[in-house]
Design a protein around this ligand. Structure first.
Ligand SMILES: [Zn+2]
Length: 393
């Protein structure tokens, strides 16, 4: 018996060795990480809000579980390729984005004639079909074969929506830290193509397996097929109305969010490096579970206050559902990558954090949890299409 355990221990050592991960986490989670994940946690730099740690790779999923269960953050950490890169990022971290200083953004709402008919065309049936399609893959885990297949399917689906439009392109973005590429659909602007509006969400999924491993079954219907379906519906309606944009609009399906915002961080950083004028970012991560009285809950931390206010007016004007606010902590989703890079980002979420879908990160995160419908997600699609068109004028 003892021999068998020795073999298992040796095998896991072989799998993971003692490879280390370089991560940033919310400083408020350090003591819980020490208590529940790694008693000998290495804290490389402790900041007021964000701290840099070194963690054994084999403990990553335990950390992800802690962040998910105790803090409602998915993943709740950002993964870095190297310590040097992490220090560089921490040094240039701009908690409060100062985009207003770069150019004035008017958050006026005055495109009713254009927006209303588009909002009315948002359709539950076509939205739920995308959730069903993506959650039918056994898993979209960033290292899995089906995780790549799902991305390739999405790319070809987005291409079919943009067919015949010379101003629309769909590209794969390869990443250094994951085999899974991100997908970006771009509508090239006509009058102000240098100004960019981003609507994004992650395409990967994750679920816990036995013995604290990664499960091969991770449908991720709510986390986050729902966000991808929501933005796909916005693309469908814009294309079917031959919408031409003044600014450049980019829809992004990010790779490998669940293992530390890997895809979105690389993309946001490259936009910053290129000096791209990103005028607004909306994150769609979990839009299809109505857990609270409020229909749409805007996260107020690691997001942009002025843009959040703009979005609440968009909801009141075009969606007419109840909205609220909450906090979800550091790196709770890809919006943190854009905020860290100094761009105005918002994260409208499906519910208050305490009421969120508890089936996520398990094989039970299926469409059945939302009664095989997308009635909640289409509220987000209406909000997102209005956001894009109003910001685009
Ligand atoms: Zn998620």
């Amino acid at each position: 018996m003892k021999k068998i355990w020795m073999v298992i221990a040796l095998m896991s050592l072989q799998c993971f060795g003692n490879e280390k991960l370089i991560l940033t986490v919310g400083t408020d989670s350090l003591s819980a990480i020490k208590a529940q994940v790694s008693v000998d946690l290495e804290i490389l730099k402790q900041g007021d809000e964000i701290s840099l740690i070194r963690l054994d790779k084999e403990k990553m999923f335990k950390l992800s579980e802690l962040m998910h269960h105790d803090f409602g953050r998915c993943p709740g950490f950002t993964k870095y390729f190297s310590e040097a890169e992490a220090y560089e990022d921490l040094a240039s971290l701009q908690i409060k984005s100062s985009v207003q200083g770069l150019f004035t953004l008017d958050y006026k709402i005055d495109q009713h004639l254009l927006v209303k008919p588009l909002v009315e065309q948002i359709d539950e049936v076509s939205t739920v079909q995308i959730i069903a399609q993506l959650s039918n893959y056994p898993t979209r885990y960033h290292k899995s074969k089906t995780g790549l297949e799902a991305v390739m399917w999405l790319k070809s689906h987005w291409e079919s929506l943009g067919q015949g439009r010379s101003d629309v392109t769909v590209e794969l973005v390869k990443h250094r830290d994951t085999p899974q590429p991100s997908v970006i659909l771009t509508i090239e602007g006509t009058e102000n193509p240098e100004q960019v509006i981003v609507v994004g969400g992650h395409v990967d999924s994750i679920a816990r397996g036995f013995f604290g491993g990664i499960s091969k079954i991770a449908p991720g219907a709510d986390d986050n097929a729902s966000g991808i379906a929501t933005m796909t519906e916005v693309i469908r309606v814009l294309m079917s109305n031959s919408y031409r944009s003044n600014k450049t609009i980019k829809f992004m399906a990010y790779a490998a969010e669940e293992i530390g915002l890997v895809g979105s961080r690389e993309i946001a950083k490259s936009f910053k490096k290129a000096g791209t004028q990103v005028v607004g970012v909306m994150q769609l991560d979990m839009t299809n579970f109505k857990g609270s009285d409020e229909d749409i809950v805007l996260m107020t931390d690691y997001t942009n206050k002025a843009q959040n206010t703009f979005i609440t007016s968009i909801i009141d004007t075009y969606v007419k559902v109840k909205w609220g606010t909450d906090k979800c902590g550091y790196a709770c989703s890809d919006h943190a990558s854009w905020t860290n890079a100094g761009f105005p980002a918002s994260m409208p979420f499906e519910s208050k954090v305490k009421d969120m879908n508890r089936k996520i990160h398990s094989k039970k995160d299926t469409l059945a949890v939302s009664k095989n419908h997308a009635f909640h997600a289409i509220k987000f699609a209406k909000m997102a299409i209005a956001y894009v068109v109003e910001l685009d004028r």
